[in-house]
Ligand binder design. Structure first.
Ligand SMILES: C[S@@+](CC[C@H](N)C(=O)[O-])C[C@H]1O[C@@H](n2cnc3c(N)ncnc32)[C@H](O)[C@@H]1O
Length: 181
């Protein structure tokens, strides 16, 4: 009843070959930085498998799914839509309004990131078009900064469930502990 409203990420568009790592990294970043789910275009099945595999090994909860109708997903979303774009309003000017929509008005959020040219319909359908700076950079960088601002850093303290391994932070070297008995 008092559940936290969902934060979902939609990766819009995927150019096979060229976008493989980027689409995978959108999914991995969504997971690592506190989103509840990612939708990936249905021509990016390998990215989906990688994100699902990381979730199996390093924990969740996190859902990854393919979509063949991203525009319908945006249209039918029961909550608010944020579209990350270099042309949008400055994140520092709108972040508190977006946080309040989620935390006070209990609205689920759909965060849309593009790959190639994003159709203008998406700009119109979004409740906020948000620029993480108004400089061109990357969907992965934009998503990371946006999620960190949305959660105000709390995502960094997150506990993971059902992991079969855990990285032990250390000053030098690499240590991974098995959590399986
Ligand atoms: C490499 S860009 C290409 C955008 C494309 N040229 C267009 O006009 O829509 C891919 C995605 O990165 C994200 N992105 C790039 N720069 C951004 C910025 N400054 N702020 C927020 N998102 C950004 C957007 O989601 C964008 O759709």
């Amino acid at each position: 009843m008092n559940e936290t409203p969902e934060v979902a990420v939609l990766r819009l568009g995927h150019r096979p070959g060229r976008d493989e790592r980027m689409t995978t990294h959108v999914g991995l970043t969504a997971r690592a930085l506190g989103a509840d789910r990612v939708w990936i275009p249905d021509n990016a099945g390998q990215s989906l498998e990688t994100v699902a595999d990381i979730t199996d090994r390093f924990g969740g909860p996190f859902e990854a799914a393919l979509t063949d109708s991203p525009q319908a997903l945006i249209r039918d979303w029961e909550g608010r839509v944020v579209h990350l774009t270099m042309y949008g309003e400055r994140i520092q000017d709108v972040e508190s309004e977006i946080r309040s929509a989620r935390e006070d008005d209990r609205e689920p959020l759909l965060v849309v990131v593009g790959s190639e040219k994003v159709p203008f319909d998406v700009y119109e359908a979004a409740d906020w078009n948000v620029g993480v700076t108004n400089q061109p950079h990357s969907e992965v960088a934009g998503l990371a900064v946006f999620l960190d601002r949305l959660f105000e850093g709390r995502e960094l303290e997150r506990e993971w469930e059902d992991a079969d391994r855990e990285v032990i932070p250390m000053e030098t070297g690499k240590r991974v502990e098995s959590l399986e008995d």
